[in-house]
Design a protein around this ligand. Structure first.
Ligand code: OAD
Length: 244
């Protein structure tokens, strides 16, 4: 048994489940995280790449960095952790997936009810007229121009930017009405995302954290499961399926 009894006792088909994921769930697919030893922020400076001012000062550099990240995520596949999360939607009536990841791997694994609170790198929009350029495979490293002449940027949340208001409200609503909240593969350092598990717990959810390392959230968790999400999540989903 992986999940402890308190958690298993809460399980029925009607159990409300919310899941927050971070870069760790995509690591076993071959996508680097941000803050691990081999993470992106060890090699690149967020302030030069992931903020609006950087984009305005050096749009080609920032665009090229996103082209690089797109090329990585398009070449990889969802891993058993992504598929296990997608399976939850088939087992339970109320499942909300809240992801900080922009890599689209949850969608490719079959999850449907996803709040992509930090955006998605397959979507883009013009900074002047807001025309959308979604799911278009742009070639080359030069930033594309919109037909209005404006620059096209990736639809991701950069440092200093607000999250989409309605989406983050939905995320808090899902967290606050959850019976069980899973925090998976996130360092729980970036707000407001990191507040979701706390808010869930304060509203009565049992909090389960899955991560190979402890985080600031660990001491709040009702259960901390140390390990890789691609290994632990399929086991948990099997256990939950047997319980309903
Ligand atoms: P981080 O890089 O901060 O944290 C990744 C977490 O994944 C760490 O806690 C690792 O221990 C854990 N991890 C590593 N391998 C794992 C595995 N196989 N299974 C499960 N967990 C594993 O990434 P995030 O928490 O996602 O924001 O970072 C949050 C935000 O900071 C990102 O969305 C991004 C970044 O700046 C924006 O771009 C707005």
């Amino acid at each position: 048994m992986i999940l402890n009894n308190d958690i298993l006792e809460r399980i029925s088909k009607e159990t409300r489940i919310a899941i927050l994921t971070g870069a760790g769930v995509s690591k076993e697919s071959g996508v680097a995280t941000f803050r691990d030893e081999d993470g992106l922020w060890q090699k690149f400076r967020p302030e030069e790449l992931a903020n609006f001012q950087a984009f305005i000062s050096n749009p080609d550099l920032v665009w090229d960095w996103y082209q690089y990240r797109r090329s990585i995520v398009r070449d990889v596949k969802p891993n058993p952790g992504h598929y296990a999360i997608a399976e939850l939607e088939r087992l339970f009536a109320h499942v909300t997936l809240i992801t900080q990841n922009v890599d689209n791997l949850h969608g490719r694994a079959g999850s449907r009810n996803i709040l992509e609170i930090h955006g998605n790198i397959d979507r883009n929009y013009c900074i002047s007229c807001r025309k959308r350029y979604d799911n278009i495979e742009f070639k080359g490293s030069k930033v594309p121009q919109c037909e209005c002449g404006g620059l096209v940027r990736p639809d991701v949340v950069w440092f200093g930017e607000m999250l989409a208001e309605e989406m983050i409200q939905q995320a808090f609503k899902a967290a606050e009405s959850a019976d069980i909240f899973f925090s998976v593969g996130t360092s729980a350092l970036v707000y407001p995302a990191a507040h979701l598990p706390i808010s869930a717990k304060q509203s009565g959810a049992l909090l389960v954290e899955i991560n190979p390392s402890e985080t600031p959230l660990t001491h709040y968790a009702d259960q901390f499961i140390r390990g890789k999400s691609g290994e632990i999540l399929p086991e948990i989903v099997k256990e939950l399926a047997n319980q309903i």
